[in-house]
Design a protein around this ligand. Structure first.
Ligand SMILES: NC(=O)c1ccc[n+]([C@@H]2O[C@H](COP(=O)([O-])OP(=O)(O)OC[C@H]3O[C@@H](n4cnc5c(N)ncnc54)[C@H](O)[C@@H]3O)[C@@H](O)[C@H]2O)c1
Ligand SMILES: [Zn+2]
Ligand SMILES: [Zn+2]
Length: 361
């Protein structure tokens, strides 16, 4: 018998999201049914609602979640009912060419649940990032459940499931930020501040936060930014160069994902430096840069999907650092809301009032 639960559904491009009845099947082979306890509102959920990811409406939104496994299907051995887990959108296959080369964080064939969750009338839902966790229960592939220390509150643990992990990993994994480096982060929302926290964690020497909103810059300082630049009234490229002895930063992270911010990142970086694109552009965006500058400035332009994280390796480790007081995840949670508050939370996010609104179920 399918489970009848509440879920936040985006029916059509730009239309306000609504809480609807969702039918969640019992787990089949390789699947897990998870009782969701908390799920953060990520900008990517809004991208889905805006039709910026794809057109597979209706979407069941929500993908930054923690909860408890309620049931597992045949053949599932890594997780069991009662396990406290963070959901991930990188359940690696172990068999694709990336996995076989020993680079599972690039896995090209990640697992999701095989069975579909539906609306009451049988309409098949597309779960955001294969998760769909603005819902009392969700169905995922068992590999999407990563066990972590249950002493971490679900409101903070869930954030590792997407944005905060993407930011931390953009700095630590993709950007390879290390002790003594200079780093600039453009866009200091949940993702950008994750990158700042990551850079601080590994001992970057100069951490420059760039945003168009002073409130975000104040928060960025609390995560470890050594300098802030409001790019609404200051040229961020000039400012970053000035703060780095005239050269530019070793690593610049674009956590906005627009041609304009990418160009700023490109020129705010030192020769042979690295640009990391972690913000998600929309399909219509184009980039126009002199090819000679690409060549002449050297270094690396990288994109970062999910912070190149390996959930089984990174989630439990980051939760332990959090519990030891070395990684402040609580600070990302600006407010907790009810399941009916997601549409309002999008507006709050767009007004720049929060780092993360977290739905508590
Ligand atoms: N690559 C990944 O795996 C991954 C994962 C999660 C989110 N994302 C993407 O990362 C981006 C950020 O997500 P978020 O949840 O932190 O969003 P957010 O809305 O919380 O934060 C965006 C921040 O960028 C700032 N900003 C907007 N325009 C700017 C500009 N021109 N210059 C400087 N700052 C500007 C805003 O003031 C805000 O502080 C989104 O595009 C999201 O889809 C990517
Ligand atoms: Zn793989
Ligand atoms: Zn996300």
């Amino acid at each position: 018998m399918p489970h009848e639960v509440r879920g936040v559904v985006a029916r059509a491009k730009g239309a306000p999201v609504k809480v609807e009845t969702v039918l969640v099947p019992d787990p089949g082979p390789g699947e897990a049914l998870v009782q969701v306890q908390a799920c953060g509102v990520c900008h990517t959920d809004l991208h889905y609602r805006e039709g910026g990811i794809n057109d597979d409406f209706p979407f069941l939104l929500g993908h930054e979640a923690a909860g408890v496994v309620e049931a597992v299907g045949d053949g599932v051995t890594d997780v069991a009912p009662g396990d406290y887990v963070v959901l991930n959108w990188r359940a690696v296959c172990g068999r694709c060419r990336a996995c076989l080369r020993g680079r599972p964080w690039y896995c090209f064939s990640t697992h999701n649940a095989t069975q579909k969750m539906t609306l009451a009338d049988g309409t098949v839902l597309s779960p955001a990032l294969g998760i769909g966790a603005f819902a009392d229960k969700t169905l995922v592939a068992a590999g999407q459940c990563t066990k972590v220390d249950p002493r971490a509150a679900p409101t903070v643990a869930g954030l590792l499931g997407c944005g905060v992990m993407a930011g931390l990993g953009a700095a630590l994994n993709t950007g390879q930020v290390g002790r003594g480096d200079s780093v600039a982060v453009i866009g200091c929302g949940g993702v950008g501040n994750g990158a700042i926290a990551g850079a601080a964690l590994v001992g970057a020497r100069t951490i420059i936060a760039v945003d168009v909103d002073d409130r975000k810059l104040t928060w960025a300082k609390e995560f470890g930014a050594t300098h802030t630049v409001n790019s609404r009234d200051t040229d961020p490229v000039e400012a970053v160069r000035e703060l780095t002895g005239g050269f530019g930063a070793d690593v610049v992270i674009d956590a906005v994902g627009r041609p304009g911010t990418f160009e700023q990142a490109f020129y705010a970086r030192d020769l042979a430096g690295t640009v990391v694109l972690v913000g998600v552009p929309t399909p219509d965006m184009r980039l126009d840069l002199p090819l000679i500058d690409l060549f002449g400035r050297g270094g690396a332009l990288k994109s970062s999907w999910y912070g190149d994280c390996l959930p089984s390796r990174d989630f439990p480790m980051l939760i332990d650092l959090h519990l030891q007081g070395r990684l402040d995840l609580d600070r990302f949670v600006s407010e907790t809301i009810e399941i009916g508050g997601v549409e309002e939370a999008f507006a709050t996010m767009q007004r720049g009032e929060v780092l993360r609104s977290v739905v508590v179920l």
